[in-house]
Design a protein around this ligand. Structure first.
Ligand code: NAD
Length: 494
């Protein structure tokens, strides 16, 4: 089969890698390569960063008003809406996630560009009160410069948009580095910026292996900020690399999120919440509710209902509307998931569903793992402490609120948490006590352009979405004007 070719966008032009090398990308459902992307090296990084740098310091972009930037973002939103079906199909082919999920995500993207486009000209400085009567002092908010956006494979355009919409609204220029496994949709998307009317060089892309180009990007002297989403080991490396030149850094990392079911919950809803927390996207989501904490009095009932529900989940072609569980995105990730299943068994967790590759011959070419549930998990087992990033649920019993809080917070992570209860006092008490950037009550996996998202503890640094996100891509300048003639004693601080 001839591979579909995708190229990078640099300074408004479609470009191949300087070396002429390519990287093939596989379809996780068929196991076959279907496309190729440029395999870049440090020369390509230099070209992309310098294009972004020149667009930041000269040309139309720095002269454009925030209102004009907002209009461009809204025009981009319309183009995404037009191309949503095409972009979503590219994502499914690259990452194997359900078409229904990817189409839903891509169709939702315009909201982010409308929101941040609207916000662009509403970032106001202030005139400060002064304790020095002969001074007039005001603040203004300015962009940082070149922002590098590094994204993972699970939701390429959504997670890119969480950075890009705010970064561009703030007036920065950007270099995007998508995952080597799922670059196609980002490269197709980058082609829309010219059509929307963005000046060349404002948005650039560079593709290839993270270990080949990551350091060059992160440590480039002309880069002001790294906005990264990915695994914690990579995040730590990015943080250390950026520290060498004291760059701004935002990290959106992993999680081991507790989804907590109390005995007073509406159990039908809570069971569905447990399923959506871990088996949607085959567990390949940073907010996966991979630890299901269930109050002892309903533990057996909830466990058997979750198992019964999950056992009916249909695995299959992610493009088909009736498929509920798709393949794992990469073979390496599937091996990692199967390793964790072995580790859980060795540690004494009781496998009550799945635990292997499906036997159905129609799934044999794809990288599937059965929805897997372990019961009687204790929170000190590795299956409860480490991020699996696959369809593997650990069910952990607890006694009361205090016990639930202790277990839920006993983790290095703090990305999200779910609480299922009908008691409002309990809901608010739990929301206060849980160390997580997002807490859902009687729901799970809800996100919005309006709602700040990010991690506590080792799940990350910084927030995406909501009004505060635009300030993550800006810096404050304070301007002092003297209203008096004459300079007082020059040797004394004023
Ligand atoms: P990853 O860390 O392997 O890769 C993420 C990105 O970093 C890729 O683009 C990769 O090429 C790049 N990269 C690799 N080495 C690099 C280096 N040395 N320097 C710079 N960049 C480098 O993550 P992944 O496997 O693609 O994604 C899965 C992880 O992402 C999971 O841990 C998941 O929890 C996390 N995630 C977090 C969020 C969130 O918002 N908190 C969302 C989705 C995924």
């Amino acid at each position: 089969m001839e591979l579909q070719t995708f190229r990078n966008t640099v300074a408004g032009q479609e470009v191949e890698s300087a070396s002429g090398r390519w990287l093939a990308s596989a379809n996780p459902f068929t196991g076959q390569d279907w496309s190729r992307i440029p395999r870049c090296d440090s020369e390509d990084v230099e070209r992309a960063v310098m294009a972004a740098h020149s667009a930041f310091v000269s040309g139309d972009w720095p002269r454009m008003t925030a209102t004009a930037r907002g209009k461009l973002l809204r025009r981009l939103a319309d183009l995404i809406e037009r191309d949503a079906a095409k972009l979503a199909a590219l994502e499914v082919r690259d990452n194997g996630k359900l078409h229904a999920e990817m189409l839903g995500q891509v169709k939702y993207l315009p909201e982010y560009y409308h929101y941040f486009g609207g916000l662009a000209d509403k970032v106001e400085g202030s005139v400060l009160p002064s304790d020095k009567p002969d001074m007039f002092t005001y603040t203004k908010h300015e962009p940082l410069g070149v922002v590098v956006c590094i994204t993972p494979w699970n939701s390429p355009l959504l997670l890119l948009t969480w950075k890009l919409a705010a970064a561009l609204a703030a007036g920065n220029t950007v270099v995007i580095k998508p995952s080597e496994f799922t670059s196609a949709s980002t490269l197709a998307f980058a082609g829309l910026f010219r059509e929307a009317g963005f000046p060349d060089g404002v948005v650039n892309t560079v593709t290839g292996y993270g270990h080949e180009i990551g350091d060059a990007l992160v440590q480039h002297p002309k880069v002001a900020k790294i906005a990264f989403t990915g695994g914690d080991a990579t995040g730590a490396r990015v943080y250390a690399g950026a520290a060498k030149s004291l760059k701004h850094v935002a990290l959106e990392l992993g999680g081991k999120s507790p989804n907590i079911i109390f005995e007073d919950a509406v159990l039908d809803d809570a069971v569905k919440g447990a399923i959506s927390g871990i088996f949607a996207a085959s567990g390949q989501t940073c907010i996966a509710g991979s630890r299901l904490l269930v109050q002892r009095s309903v533990y057996d009932e909830v466990t058997s209902r979750v198992v019964a529900f999950a056992s009916t989940a249909r695995m299959g072609d992610p493009m088909q509307p009736d498929t509920q569980v798709g393949p794992i995105t990469t073979t390496a990730q599937r091996e990692k998931v199967l390793d964790y299943i072995r580790i859980a068994r060795d540690e004494g967790a009781r496998c009550v569903l799945g635990g292997k590759v499906p036997e159905d011959p129609s799934l044999a070419e794809g990288w599937f793992v059965e929805p897997t549930i372990f019961a009687d998990v204790s929170n000190d087992m590795r299956i409860a402490r480490e991020e699996v990033f696959g369809p593997v649920l650990s069910i952990i019993p607890f006694e009361d609120e205090a016990d639930a809080i202790r277990i839920a917070n006993d983790t290095i992570y703090g990305l999200a948490a779910g609480v299922w209860t009908q008691d409002m006092r309990r809901a608010i008490t739990m929301a206060d006590a849980l160390q997580a950037g997002t807490v859902w009550v009687n729901t799970y996996r809800a996100v919005s352009f309006l709602a700040p998202f990010g991690g506590y503890k080792q799940s990350g640094i910084g927030r995406e979405n909501g009004q505060e996100a635009i300030h993550e891509f800006m810096q404050t300048k304070c301007v002092w004007l003297s209203l008096s003639r004459g300079v007082p004693n020059p040797f004394v601080l004023r």
